[in-house]
Write a protein that binds this ligand. Structure first.
Ligand code: ZN
Length: 418
């Protein structure tokens, strides 16, 4: 049992949180005597919220940027070529060790829920085997969903669709696809239909790398939304990236949004990744290459942010800290108005949880698992403005880590600027 005192909730209210047996027993003013003799932690008015969700990361790729061939053009397609040339040298042990390092950075950034795309266009399914083991090994630290992701195409890679199906049988949680990378549009459409069909047959979630290109003719998202809606799995389906939406003409986008909203599918934007990868074929003016995040928020379509890469052939930076991703996304997507900034954390917490289909158990409510983070801030706006760090992460009542706020010796500074 533990009592967390003086927690600032996102609503602005200050409350105490009583944890018993890994569950939130009470949120509100708790009498000291109720927890007599038990651990009491004073949070000093710091912001407490649900753990961050990273619903799109490639943990089998992390920290390969330097050992794999350099992606000199910075494009998506040369990233895939670099990975394809080098991946056969990887072993489950190497993948696991790198993934653990990435996972540690994510957890220290406040993330506890992760969806990772694992390349299954590999007859040995090396990455999948490594990640299935790791998912089990770290379940007390983080919840991991695995996407059976055919990086080199469901049909462009010989046997790709069969490998995706095999991965689902072995325990992957979601079906992936990459229609814009397939050799022809017809193959791309087939891959989207196949992904939905497999999800229905095996009762899995769907997460498609969809239209990750500046090609305004890449329109697989409409097929995905329709197929998901038609099969009654809109809320279990996600379109990742949808960068082409940033290049669609407004007449088409207006029509498309009606379907997207009706379908109930979720969207993931990866701001740092796609500002880096897209626009590479443009001179000036140069497109931003992100999907229509602001317009989706305005229309009540669920959209969230994700890291995507940590030092891999697609993106040379990234440290698993979603606060940096949030900061980039707010700037690139023109979200710098109070109505968005005052709810900023939704984009790396609740909206991601909805995308991951986590359900009601995710939220900071009485009776739910005691999983939450403490942020070195007083509000969403404060956290966004300062890119505030996470001081503590609690999972099922157990403290994963604690960190002290930064301290400065400010004698000279304070004598002039108090
Ligand atoms: Zn990705």
């Amino acid at each position: 049992m533990a009592l967390y005192k003086n927690a600032r909730l996102r609503s602005g209210i200050t409350a105490d949180i009583l944890v018993k047996g890994g569950i939130i027993a009470k949120i509100g003013a708790v009498q000291e005597c109720e927890s007599a003799g038990e651990e009491t932690i004073d949070l000093g008015g710091k912001l407490v919220c649900e753990p961050y969700c990273d619903p799109h990361i490639h943990l089998d790729y992390v920290f390969t940027a330097q050992s794999f061939g350099e992606n000199t053009t910075g494009t998506l397609f040369d990233g895939i070529a670099s990975w394809s040339d080098s991946k056969s040298a990887l072993t489950p042990q190497i993948i696991k060790e790198r993934a653990k390092k990435g996972l540690r950075e994510q957890i220290l950034g406040g993330t506890q829920y992760i969806r990772t795309h694992i390349d299954v266009t590999d007859p040995a399914l090396t990455g999948l085997k490594a990640m299935l083991e790791l998912r089990e090994e770290v379940k007390d630290l983080a919840e991991i969903q695995i996407v059976a992701f055919p990086q080199e195409g469901m049909y462009s890679y010989k046997g790709g669709a069969e490998l995706v199906e095999e991965a689902l049988k072995m325990g992957a949680d979601c079906v992936g696809a990459i229609p814009h990378f397939e050799y022809t549009s017809e193959m791309g459409i087939r891959s989207v239909k196949k992904a939905v069909e497999l999800a229905v047959r095996y009762d899995k979630l769907v997460d498609i790398h969809c239209d990750e290109t500046d090609d305004e003719m890449s329109r697989f998202v409409e097929m995905l939304a329709f197929e998901a809606m038609d099969n009654g799995i809109g809320d279990k389906t996600t379109a990742s990236h949808t960068c082409a939406m940033g290049s669609y003409n407004n007449a088409y986008a207006f029509k498309l949004f009606k379907l997207l909203k009706k379908s109930g599918i979720n969207f993931i934007s990866c701001p740092t990744e796609n500002i880096h990868l897209q626009g590479r074929y443009d001179a000036y003016p140069k497109r931003r290459g992100l999907t229509r995040v602001k317009e989706m928020l305005d229309d009540g379509i669920n959209v969230c942010f994700a890291q995507d890469s940590i030092c891999d052939p697609w993106y040379p930076l990234g440290n698993g800290n979603l606060m940096y991703v949030l900061d980039a996304g707010f700037h690139i997507c023109h979200l710098t108005a109070p109505e968005y900034m005052n709810r900023a954390l939704d984009l790396i917490s609740g909206n991601g949880a909805k995308t991951m289909h986590l359900g009601e158990r995710y939220y900071l409510r009485e009776g739910n698992p005691a999983s939450f983070i403490v942020i070195d801030a007083e509000s969403d706006f404060d956290a966004l403005r300062n890119r505030s760090g996470v001081l503590m992460s609690v999972r099922n009542g157990k403290v994963l880590f604690r960190r002290k706020p930064a301290e400065f010796e400010t004698e000279m500074l304070s004598s002039h600027l108090s």
